[in-house]
Design a protein around this ligand. Structure first.
Ligand code: FE2
Length: 552
């Protein structure tokens, strides 16, 4: 989001001298390959190899302070397994989390009941110092379509309990699915009241569509949160995140929030990132500002690694240097197929210098891509094989056309699919060729709620509606917001396929049934003070086999 550029920019911190030396040694041309970057980062952080002897073990009896300060999480539910996450950090605002560089054994258990009387699986996992003492356990052998409770233990300390669930059996006729969608949670722009409400919802899963954290400096009063002096360690977050240590500490700051921890403990999350987990509006290996590419790839590698460490992600998403395969497919019986996209890592650079611009030959160049060729092929192949009622695409940037004014010439956002029209056309043609009937695109990034009818050809208002797009507003980013932002009139007039626009903060819940889907856009009136009530600002349905949003 370009509107975040108002943030203060402090002096740039630097990567470890040894990492910079490695990057220089490998040389720019080799560094720009995945293996070169992977070698440099592996060199710098000492990833434990499979089967190799890792760091010596810490006797957990020596833990004197609660290491479960950042809560628990679960993610990516499969029919027979789920990913459980925690991190050991008795002192989360210290670079080492308050632990020595030793391996720590953590016990985990998963039960049918909240009192852990019917434990169905338990085991041990290592928290490695190389992974900042994060724990990722893929628990298999579970029953499909079930609610579970889980917790961890290290020494005499027991973690808070989390609640999670498995997906229904493969190809089963699952009846209904309710999920929440969230995005954009800039810590220093408000309180996570929306998460407090989200934690109370009866949901199967939460989809996070990116901007889990922001790289900008956070001052000692945490910006709009206006903390009393001494709440945060002075100066610790007062510069933009660049190094691995910066990103790791920033996740600790975000996860220190009790409402975010409550949401993670209440529901499994399926996460994808946008730009700010790394840097505003980066595109592939092109940074926002004029930084040498090898320097930016070091930053990207640090950001990606800290993301994996701190998210409930499975092993296939473990990064290799500056690469992390985040796009992946999840199924909810035959009811829904989720094709989770990554529109940042492989995209062509934004046309016309980014921002809102008039479209033209540069943005319309068919060689440009938002997904990269491999991800695009994977998406279209997956649709051809899909037998799901709903084909859902959780992703980052606005898919539907947004003209900024009702009379030509109008500008469009070069960072969204409007800046990559050939990419959008290939995806829509692929959906049509695959016979996708019920396409639902889920979007974050723009800090407002929108509901769109997806048109086969946006330049023709009479064109067929081929799907729906639900854009969820931010949790906090942009501050309190307003119901009707300044461009509300222009945007709604210029884009008749836009069925809803609301600029307050909040989240959205979606229920998929075999006959219809329902979206409830939820808002809170303010985020700069705590305790805001929740309102359902609008509700829409879309009938299976008849795309398009109708007021519920
Ligand atoms: Fe954002």
């Amino acid at each position: 989001m370009t509107q975040d550029l108002t943030a203060p920019r402090a002096a740039r911190p630097s990567h470890d001298p040894e990492l910079r030396a490695a990057a220089r040694h490998i040389g720019r041309r080799r560094f720009l390959t995945a293996t070169g970057a992977a070698a440099a980062v592996a060199f710098a952080v000492g990833v434990p190899g499979a089967g190799t002897a890792a760091a010596a073990e810490l006797d957990t009896a020596r833990l004197t302070d609660d290491p479960f300060t950042l809560g628990v999480a679960s993610g990516d539910p499969h029919p027979d397994s789920v990913l459980l996450w925690t991190r050991l950090a008795p002192a989360p605002y210290q670079a080492d989390g308050g632990l020595p560089a030793r391996r720590v054994t953590v016990e985990w258990e998963i039960a049918l009941d909240a009192r852990f009387r019917s434990v169905v699986r338990r085991g041990r996992a290592d928290a490695h110092p190389e992974f900042h003492h994060t724990v990722h356990v893929e628990v298999g052998g579970l029953a499909p379509g079930r609610l579970y409770h889980y917790r961890f233990r290290a020494g005499r300390f027991v973690s808070p309990a989390g609640r999670t669930r498995t997906a229904p059996a493969p190809r089963s006729r699952a009846g209904a699915l309710t999920f929440g969608i969230v995005s954009c949670q800039r810590y220093d722009q408000g309180y996570y009241t929306a998460y407090r409400h989200l934690a109370q919802e009866d949901l199967d899963v939460v989809l996070h569509l990116g901007d889990y954290l922001y790289e900008y400096a956070v001052n000692d009063v945490a910006g709009a949160r206006a903390y009393p002096a001494g709440t945060l360690p002075s100066g610790l977050f007062g510069h933009e995140t660049v190094t691995l240590e910066d990103y790791r500490l920033r996740y600790a700051l975000y996860k220190s929030d009790p409402d975010l921890r409550a949401a993670h403990a209440a529901h499994p999350f399926v996460v994808t990132w946008d730009d700010h987990e790394t840097e505003n509006n980066y595109a592939g290996d092109t940074p926002e500002n004029s930084v040498p590419p090898e320097e930016f790839l070091l930053r990207r590698a640090a950001a990606y690694r800290a993301y994996w460490e701190n998210m409930p992600l499975r092993r296939p998403q473990l990064p290799e240097g500056a690469d992390l395969k985040l796009y992946r497919r999840l199924h909810w019986g035959r009811l829904a197929q989720f094709d989770v996209l990554d529109t940042r890592q492989y995209r062509s650079n934004q046309a016309y210098g980014d921002g809102w611009q008039y479209p033209g030959p540069e943005s319309e160049n068919p060689a440009r891509t938002l997904t990269g060729a491999a991800q695009e092929r994977w998406l279209l192949d997956g649709w051809r094989r899909s037998d799901a009622v709903w084909n859902v695409v959780p992703q980052q940037v606005t898919f539907s056309q947004r003209l900024d004014r009702p009379t030509p010439p109008a500008k469009v956002s070069m960072d969204s699919w409007d800046g990559y029209p050939a990419s959008r056309e290939r995806v829509l043609a692929g959906a049509q060729a695959a016979g996708v009937e019920n396409l639902m695109v889920l979007t974050g990034d723009v800090h407002v709620h929108y509901g769109f009818d997806i048109k086969r050809d946006f330049s023709d208002p009479g064109s067929k509606t081929v799907g729906t797009e639900i854009v969820t507003t931010s949790v906090t980013s942009g501050g309190n917001g307003s119901e009707k932002p300044a461009n509300w009139g222009d945007l709604t007039a210029a884009n008749p396929h836009m069925r809803f626009y609301n600029g307050l903060r909040g989240y959205t819940t979606v229920t998929l049934g075999r006959e219809r889907a329902r979206a409830d856009f939820k808002t809170v009136p303010h985020v700069t003070t705590q305790g805001a009530p929740l309102t359902t600002a609008a509700s829409f349905v879309t009938e299976a086999g008849e795309p398009g949003l109708k007021p519920a």
